[in-house]
Design a protein around this ligand. Structure first.
Ligand code: GLA
Length: 393
């Protein structure tokens, strides 16, 4: 049995064991990796982002009442709630992605119906690959399938972000949900976080994205993420007072920035400089990846990591060890941070034929350097959140 068929069979068996019958509907949504544009999304900037071929599956069966029951196969935990009284679960954090999607879809007027569901994911959790967005988007598509309505992918992403911001309580931007909802097989996305639109960004044949997880803890909620966001808003507000066309750092040109940089508190000036530079690197990297320009890819990613370390200050020592390791590995074209930083996953661009020696080298060298065994995932872009028919055994 191939892997997807085995996965579907295991989920069906677990579903029957719990609910006494077979699932009728299936949805899936992928995790994501950002290739350029760290922290630019909440500044209304650009991001080069890609879905990965690791995803969350939801198998479900409609119910006659307004109860939602969801069992996580990975966690062995279950959440149950009524669509008429959707409140956060104080004990089970994961359950709030399910409840949050129900809440925002209900508020947006979609006709929700109850269901029994089983959830399984192959997206590494708490690693910066957006397992939470994958769960939100897969659950959102399941509410759509069971409720018999249709929802546009961009709207689903916006509602997912709303669930995360207002229900779960994480002040994230649009990047994760957008990529998981809209992403495509075969290419990355060049996302404009202001207009919430994207264009396809193909990657030249022969270049593979390899995710290397530092396996160091990263906390997004209540962490430095909020501090960075506030510093960017402070910078944007300073320019907005002087230039009426400015609402976000996206609107601040290098020229205006240099004219006022010295007037800003030092940390705010460095955060702003990084965002301006990082934003400019996004279309440049998209072009370089499409053209297969190894030198430009290397230079842009190196500058991105240096800025993340020196200006935005979102790196930790294990990320430096991982960066050096990836860059020294066979077949490596370039490497940088991914996600919010502060540990978690990083991304390398690797020559396709050299993936095996790259993986071996990084596994051995990072383990001896950092004292932690990394996890390494060569990835391919996969389709965005959708309903699907599970492969037969
Ligand atoms: C997290 C957030 C995103 C984005 C990135 C940093 O993944 O959820 O919205 O801000 O960090 O680019």
């Amino acid at each position: 049995m191939n892997e997807p068929a085995r996965r579907a069979a295991e989920m069906s068996a677990a579903f029957s064991a719990r609910y006494g019958n077979a699932p009728q509907l299936w949805t899936r949504a992928p995790g994501r990796v950002d290739l350029m544009g760290s922290h630019t999304d909440y500044n209304h900037g650009f991001i080069l982002s890609m879905t990965i071929d690791r995803d969350t599956w939801v198998a479900a069966r409609p119910r006659q009442d307004r109860t939602v029951s969801a069992l996580s196969l990975d966690l062995g935990a279950e959440t149950n709630f009524s669509l008429d009284a959707i409140a956060p679960d104080p004990e089970q954090h994961w359950a709030n992605y399910v409840r949050g999607m129900a809440s925002v879809l209900c508020d947006a007027g979609y006709p929700l119906r109850g269901f029994d569901a089983l959830i399984h994911t192959t997206v590494p959790v708490s690693a910066g690959l957006s397992s939470s967005a994958a769960l939100e988007m897969a659950v959102g598509r399941m509410f759509e399938a069971v409720g018999g309505f249709t929802i546009d992918a961009v709207e689903l992403a916006v509602l997912g972000q709303r669930a995360e911001n207002h229900f779960v309580g994480v002040a994230c931007g649009i990047l994760d949900q957008y990529t998981s909802a809209v992403g495509k097989a075969g290419c990355a996305l060049l996302l404009d976080a202001r207009t919430i639109t994207s264009s396809d960004a193909p990657i030249a044949d022969g270049i593979t994205v390899v995710i290397c997880d530092t396996r160091t803890k990263r906390e997004l909620a209540g962490s430095e993420y909020g501090v960075r966001r506030a510093q960017c808003e402070q910078g944007a507000a300073y320019f907005a007072r002087r230039y009426p066309d400015v609402t976000h750092l996206r609107d601040v040109s290098f020229e205006r920035f240099e004219a006022h940089a010295a007037e800003l508190p030092d940390a705010v000036a460095r955060r702003c400089r990084y965002i301006l530079e990082e934003n400019a690197r996004v279309p440049a990297l998209a072009a370089a990846l499409t053209a297969g320009d190894h030198i430009a890819i290397h230079q842009l990613t190196a500058a991105s990591f240096a800025g993340a370390r020196d200006l935005y200050e979102i790196t930790i020592p294990e990320m430096e060890i991982m960066l050096k390791t990836m860059l020294a590995a066979p077949g490596c074209i370039a490497a940088r941070q991914a996600g919010a930083g502060f540990g978690g996953c990083m991304a390398a661009f690797v020559i396709k034929e050299r993936i095996e020696p790259f993986v071996d080298f990084v596994a051995n060298t990072y383990t001896s350097g950092a004292g932690i065994e990394p996890r390494i995932y060569p990835v391919q872009p996969s389709p965005g959140a959708s309903r699907f028919t599970p492969p037969a055994a």
